[in-house]
Write a protein that binds this ligand. Structure first.
Ligand code: ADE
Length: 229
């Protein structure tokens, strides 16, 4: 099977692979389970200064990425039908379900815009789908792109061991992860809950579910309501 391909369009290609070159994602990259191409948007600038942005129409602070330059950068790499994502705080919030769907496909093309914005017309003209990784503003889309790509590649067959499947089930059931413990039996006066060392697997399972439900109820009322429904 062809590998899973991530293409990133950015003004800072030297940021990649960065953390994606380490640990399990990095091993998967080195072994060819997935591949990464970081293309410099500036390479598509037409003037001798390498201009990629300009002042906003209508006035205001900041600079806007030019539609023509970005469109050329997209056209240079968008030679297949992978989803074209634009990392943006105003996008659809990324979920584990979307990550799983992207991981099942052939890869992603990810555009990292500067956060002041990009010309709206290129979003429509190149059918970019805006995706957010949370309700806070990063200084650029690169770290968001890394988060999205990392979440996808850890699901690719062969990237993670057995531990991944368990963690996935836990989120897929709509609950937060239950607490975990390992030796020593006592740490600074705190002991491991007795049920976990008693050897009764049914009781362990029930305790974990109850704890997952408690944490979800306390911390994530939104997930809790969805779980109940
Ligand atoms: N770029 C800047 N902030 C972002 C966010 N929260 N999600 C995705 N891309 C972004």
């Amino acid at each position: 099977m062809a590998n899973w391909r991530a293409t990133v369009l950015t003004l800072f290609p030297e940021m990649f692979p960065g953390p994606l070159g380490m640990s399990l994602a990095g091993k998967g990259l080195a072994s060819g389970i997935w591949s990464l191409e970081a293309a410099n948007i500036r390479a598509q600038a037409v003037d001798k200064h390498g201009t990629v942005d300009d002042t906003p129409a209508g006035g205001g602070p900041g600079l806007i990425m030019k539609a023509d330059v970005l469109a050329r950068a997209i056209d240079a790499v968008a030679t297949d039908d992978r989803p074209r994502l634009l990392m943006s705080p105003r996008g659809t919030p990324l979920t584990q379900a979307r990550v799983a769907a992207l991981a099942k496909g052939s890869g992603v093309l990810v555009v990292c815009g500067r956060y002041e914005g990009i010309d709206e017309r290129v979003i429509a003209a190149r059918q970019l789908e805006e995706v957010s990784i949370g309700d806070y503003v990063l200084s650029g889309g690169e770290i968001a792109a890394m988060a999205l790509i990392d979440a996808c590649v850890r699901l690719l067959p062969g990237v993670m061991g057995k531990e991944a499947s368990g963690a996935e089930e836990s989120f897929a059931n709509g609950l937060l992860e239950y607490p975990q413990y390992t030796r020593p039996a006592a740490f600074e006066g705190r002991t491991i809950p007795e049920v976990l060392t008693g050897g009764d697997h049914a009781k362990v399972k029930a305790w974990r579910l109850a704890e997952a439900e408690r944490l979800t109820r306390e911390r994530r009322p939104d997930l809790w309501q969805a779980y109940l429904a």
